[in-house]
Write a new protein. Structure first.
Length: 97
């Protein structure tokens, strides 16, 4: 997360960062119901830290999900590649996951 904080715009307040962090960390609690039939694609950069725990929790919540690590990417790096992101979204929506 340190990389993300360093890249944040100067006008982002500490309160905004704390709120984002709080929402992200809800994933690691009991905040979600299991959804066995939900179609979920778990996208993440292969260089993203802490994904083992997150994947384990997401797989418990969404057992039919498929994970998709992006080679060479870190957290959120897919956003910097809009063509690839659009291709992946189209593939997911058409059932090609």
């Amino acid at each position: 997360m340190l990389k993300m904080f360093r890249a944040a715009a100067d006008h982002v307040t500490l309160e905004t960062i704390q709120n984002c962090d709080k929402e992200a960390l809800r994933l690691f609690g009991d905040a979600f119901e299991k959804r066995p039939d939900a179609k979920v694609g778990i996208w993440y950069g292969e260089k993203e830290p802490n994904m083992k725990k997150a994947l384990r929790i997401l797989k418990e919540i969404y057992p039919a999900s498929e994970d998709h690590p992006f080679a060479g990417f870190g957290h959120g790096d897919i956003i910097g590649h809009p063509e690839l992101m659009a291709q992946e979204i189209e593939s997911f929506l058409s059932g090609g996951l």
